[in-house]
Write a protein that binds this ligand. Sequence first.
Ligand SMILES: NC(=O)c1ccc[n+]([C@@H]2O[C@H](COP(=O)([O-])OP(=O)(O)OC[C@H]3O[C@@H](n4cnc5c(N)ncnc54)[C@H](OP(=O)(O)O)[C@@H]3O)[C@@H](O)[C@H]2O)c1
Length: 276
Amino acid sequence: MLTGLNDTVRLANGVEMPRLGLGTYKSAEGGDVEGSVLAALELGYRSIDTASLYGNEAGIGQAIAASGVARDEIFLTSKVWNDEQGYDNTLAAFSRSLERLGTSYLDLYLVHWPRAQAHDTWRAIERLYAEGAVRAIGVCNHLEHHLEALLRVADVAPMVNQYEMHPWLQQPSLREYCETHGIVVEAWAPLMKGRVAEEPVLVEIAARHGKSPAQVAIRWLLQRGVVTIPKSVHRERIAENAGVFDFGLTDAEMSAIDAVDRGYRFGPEPDRGGER
Ligand SMILES: NC(=O)c1ccc[n+]([C@@H]2O[C@H](COP(=O)([O-])OP(=O)(O)OC[C@H]3O[C@@H](n4cnc5c(N)ncnc54)[C@H](OP(=O)(O)O)[C@@H]3O)[C@@H](O)[C@H]2O)c1
């Protein structure tokens, strides 16, 4: 049952993760990110996604502090960037993220892209988890073969795989692989980078429900059991993106959206990707 922003999914280790959170890629520090995090927390969001790459962790930390919402009510995610991977580098990168965010722990720490040093990076992340510095651990942008390689060497399996997923890029076999292995799927670019209105099926279904294409795209993910983190720096859109709990998509509508998959990536292909 989907009821609201307090809905959570239980990760493999029992930690509860909000199903809908705020994305912050390209939300600039010094106004945009602080304003959007404050607005989101006021509107009832309890999950914020960032990364050291985004250069906005300090602003997010300040907004959380200013919000008056207790730290332990917020699910805070950050990520280790490509040039921070490796055992010692990852430990140092994690400390820097904590310091910038002004927090003593993270709720979720993710490997941003699969890299050659994946095993050493993961050992560092397992250590942070064992020490209680992070409540849950996971990866981003991992295809089946990356996950298989990681699962062969991991003492603690990743609890989350955050990857690009939206109506135009669905990768059903990857989702099935994750679900079979107890890895929660978290979709990035749920709004197709702001281009949801270019998909006529979303537009048509949205009109039928008196909703926006963005709301239909988010609802489709939630009904598939996928966690997601739409990004906006505008309060009215942050509210709109959370207005997805007062309607439901029928099986036929879900299938109609499944059928628009065209394997279209806005971001890099994980085997080649992650360099910007
Ligand atoms: N792990 C990874 O490698 C990875 C990669 C990319 C992203 N992410 C995470 O996932 C989050 C979401 O992905 P994303 O930011 O790339 O893409 P997205 O959420 O699909 O789209 C964001 C874009 O949609 C616009 N938008 C927001 N609400 C809208 C609405 N209701 N109607 C129409 N347009 C709307 C935003 O503009 P305004 O801000 O101007 O409203 C922005 O241009 C990121 O912010 C980040 O936290 C992770």
